[in-house]
Write a protein that binds this ligand. Structure first.
Ligand code: GUN
Length: 294
């Protein structure tokens, strides 16, 4: 049995970070320091970790980063008022409200309040609409945009390929389909989107030239769901209890990695595949927001 080639998300993300750092340096010669503000509500441990990682990378690249932490009991009105203040602040080019939010706050309202020009997450309806219409100049959600970059920079042909996406969420599945279905270079794919109500899931997966797992189920994709020679992208981040790990848990993806590697031609490791790309696209979007404001 052959073993799949690994798609090195860390290295590809690093290449994008180098490009972003150069863009940030160019902005600074014009007296502009790109700035991103993270807003986190409550004490979700995963959100804490994500925001910490994103803030650290921003500083490394010379992007000014602020994190505002609000208590779990914050009202929707208070959060919206804060966002209006950040919208008006010229030193803030990008605003990221980390999801998930407490149940009493509408994510739709929150994402709609961030100015589209500062919406580096690509969640505002205007940016979602531009993506669907294939219009340039909007922000694309970072994780699916990162997966697209991984495919492009790994020279995996997308045009005409059958891409099967597991998961139809607003953060990954839906925008992923919108990116790859466009009549555009590195897109033009045939897309199947599978979800919790889909029938014959394994059968659909076996037809995929590119299989993107983003449904949040531990090791859901088994070797017999993968066409020999396919590319498999693992977007999943699932916490599994593990007494042997000092954290008490370990992170596991949506694919049965070892077994899938025996069948696929290209596979993303996890961690070290999609995760670093999400951060790379966020930083690149922040540079774009600052360039547009300049
Ligand atoms: N929660 C899970 N993924 C994301 C993301 O890409 N952006 C934000 N803001 N929250 C998330």
């Amino acid at each position: 049995m052959s073993t799949a080639q690994l798609i090195d998300g860390k290295a590809i993300a690093q290449a994008i970070h180098s490009e972003t750092a150069a863009r940030v340096a160019a902005l600074k010669t014009k007296g502009i320091t790109p700035g991103i503000t993270f807003v986190r509500v409550g004490e979700d441990p995963a959100s804490q970790a994500y925001v910490r990682m994103k803030g650290k990378k921003a500083l490394e690249l010379g992007i000014k980063s602020d994190t505002i932490v609000l208590p779990e009991a914050t009202t929707e009105a208070e959060l919206l008022a804060l966002l209006e203040k950040l919208n008006a602040d010229k030193s803030v080019h990008g605003i990221l409200v980390q999801a998930p939010l407490p149940k009493h706050i509408s994510e739709t309202k929150v994402f709609s309040t961030v100015l589209p020009s500062k919406d580096v997450d690509g969640f505002h309806p205007v940016n979602v609409g531009k993506l669907l219409l294939g219009e340039e100049g909007g922000f694309k959600p970072c994780t699916p945009a990162g997966v697209h970059e991984l495919l492009i920079r790994s020279k995996i042909p997308v045009e005409g390929a059958h891409v099967v996406i597991l998961g139809r969420g607003n953060i990954v599945g839906k925008p992923m389909a919108a990116i790859l279905v466009q009549k555009a270079k590195h897109a033009n794919a045939t897309i199947t989107v599978l979800h919790s109500r889909s029938r014959d899931i394994a059968e659909h997966c076996r037809r995929a030239d590119i299989l993107i797992a983003a449904m949040g189920q531990t090791e859901f994709v088994k070797a017999d769901m993968v066409k020999p020679g396919a590319t498999v992208i693992d977007v999943g981040v699932n916490r599994v209890t593990d007494a042997n790990d000092p954290r008490g848990y370990r992170l596991v993806g949506d694919i049965d990695f070892k077994a899938v590697c025996e069948v696929a031609a290209h596979v993303t490791p996890n961690p070290g595949g999609v995760g670093p790309m999400t951060i790379a696209m966020l930083m690149a979007n922040t540079a774009t927001a600052a360039e547009a404001a300049a």
